[in-house]
Design a protein. Sequence first.
Lengths: 155, 155
Amino acid sequence: MEEGQDTVVVRDADVDPVAADAADDFFVLLSRMRAHFLACCAALDLTSGMGSVLRGLSGPTPMREFARRLGYDPSNFTGIVDRLEQRGLVARRPDPDDRRVRQLVLTDDGRTLRRDLETRLLADLPLFAGLDEPARRTLRDLLRRAVAAGDGSAG
Amino acid sequence: MEEGQDTVVVRDADVDPVAADAADDFFVLLSRMRAHFLACCAALDLTSGMGSVLRGLSGPTPMREFARRLGYDPSNFTGIVDRLEQRGLVARRPDPDDRRVRQLVLTDDGRTLRRDLETRLLADLPLFAGLDEPARRTLRDLLRRAVAAGDGSAG
DNA sequence: TATTGTTATACTCTATAACTATA
DNA sequence: TATAGTTATAGAGTATAACAATA
């Protein structure tokens, strides 16, 4: 299945071709990874938001801090957690030190479903398509470095 | 069952830790790249859809084929192209061979704005944060391989 | 009858502002 | 006064179905 043999990508002279190519491919993978994640969530009757929260939650975490870490606005976060709580996958716990705060925790059912989601997600990762083990480790290391560098400069 | 109740359970035993780490970092970068792209588009008064179309368009392309390549549903695509056309950045051209088809082309203004968008986008790419030139080339090559492998198996 | 592009519509995701209860 | 979480609401993105023009 060849695609667009004649559609030559026109590139301007003053842009970095390495960055341009990497950005192009990253956006393609972004689309595929997003679709893959959505499909895995849908198979477990989860929205992408519910899946992200389930994936990201490990120990008890204040809701606001957790929302910020995942890049969600607190106003969205409430509804996502509501649906997870109605499914019995997470629970809101009062914080004894600050009664404004609610700690979010995984239930046993939540832990089980989280593992199921993780297994599905990693089984056929588009990001790793066509890469052998050494290449996968290299890719992991490079992504790690990019994330760590971004943590320092921009949040 | 094998882990303590409130201890920080980050990872299950039966998942590939390399894939899990890579997926985690990829999703972080996905969020940052998306935010970066949105900011670049917004600076030029473009929605993300308009920016994607502008970026992806090079030669004259039938709308349906183009929409499919970018992963858009044709029903969304019409509105995005409408706004680009109203801004004078793209034009719909009749296809002489099939009068149902409309070829999408960039105008001169479109080309200029596309270069501006590309320059902004690549100037400070979160994907490349903290990576030197050899690392960037390696990352580009790995992403290219993953995309190419996915082209073959899943469209 | 099938296909291209369009319209209408609904559903989800996301962000802003106002509200409550605490601090 | 400021902060954590919530609610209401509006905007943008996305998908399905029906439609007109054309094949």
